[in-house]
Design a protein around this ligand. Structure first.
Ligand SMILES: NC(=O)c1ccc[n+]([C@@H]2O[C@H](COP(=O)([O-])OP(=O)(O)OC[C@H]3O[C@@H](n4cnc5c(N)ncnc54)[C@H](OP(=O)(O)O)[C@@H]3O)[C@@H](O)[C@H]2O)c1
Length: 240
């Protein structure tokens, strides 16, 4: 039977690369995201199917279920981003609350709502992979805190679903260029040097680097790797 995959945020950057690699592995892939036109074009290009909805909105997730696969072998919770980059520095408590709430919605609720909605459809031996961030261990304010929350939730889910052979992991990238994460502009000059820093392999990551780790964790062979956080950061953080 052909394995199925749902990749949230699959229209751009890392999610798109993940969808592309899963299609190459022979899976039937659904990509999701809010911008329907962009998503449809990306889906066509990689050979996936597009289902547009806001993964942080319970009603939209619920409504999308009719278009999502009846059986899900691989769920990649990739949708997210750093809302701090899209807003001015908060100047009062209401703005602080709004920023924290926005990062929580974008990075935690998207994963929790889609996974909860699809949980009854997860096949035995399914794979659930959520894209976290190196920021979870580095600070990074409300964005890092949201990505840290993903790690705690992942551990809980791994124990709850482990008896069915389902694995649940986080892939935590360092700086990945060629995504819309930094505002859609190519990373250049001083900004790039500061962000990339001095990793062991001397380079920034690419979406395909993250996709390779996700594809491995999504494979049937990776059944004994669960409740883990796998760094894809070129050695920017030491994995021990
Ligand atoms: N690039 C990096 O350096 C880096 C580093 C560490 C972790 N990450 C993480 O990697 C993941 C992918 O980001 P990226 O770097 O590939 O950036 P990206 O190109 O901006 O991709 C984010 C994707 O998520 C979708 N998305 C965001 N909020 C959504 C929502 N509420 N509902 C549905 N879809 C939503 C976006 O599509 P729509 O706007 O159309 O909805 C977009 O396709 C994110 O979780 C990010 O936090 C990135």
């Amino acid at each position: 039977m052909t394995r199925t995959a749902v990749v949230t945020g699959g229209g751009t950057g890392i999610g798109r690369a993940i969808a592309e690699q899963l299609v190459k592995q022979g899976l039937d892939v659904v990509v999701t995201g809010r911008r329907a036109d962009l998503l449809a074009a990306a889906a066509r290009e990689v050979g996936a199917r597009a289902v547009a909805f806001d993964a942080a909105d319970p009603a939209q997730v619920e409504a999308a279920l009719a278009e999502l696969p009846d059986r899900v072998d691989v769920l990649v919770n990739n949708a997210g981003g750093n809302e701090t980059r899209r807003r001015p520095e908060p100047t009062d408590l209401a703005q602080v609350r709004d920023l924290w709430t926005a990062n929580y919605a974008s990075n935690v609720l998207t994963a929790v709502l889609v996974t909860t909605a699809l949980e009854p459809r997860l096949a035995d031996d399914a794979r659930v992979i959520t894209v976290g961030s190196i920021a979870a261990r580095r600070g990074s304010g409300s964005y890092g805190a949201a990505k840290a929350a993903i790690e705690a939730w992942t551990a809980d889910l791994a124990f709850r679903l482990g008896g069915r052979g389902i694995t649940v992991n986080v892939v935590a990238p360092g700086v990945i260029e060629d995504t819309d994460f930094f505002g859609g502009e190519p990373l250049t000059g001083e900004r790039r040097a500061k962000l990339v820093g001095n990793p062991a392999n001397g380079r920034a990551g690419k979406p395909a680097d993250v996709a390779a780790a996700v594809t491995f964790l999504a494979s049937p062979e990776a059944g004994h790797i669960t409740a883990q956080v796998i760094g894809v950061n070129g050695g920017s953080a030491l994995g021990r």
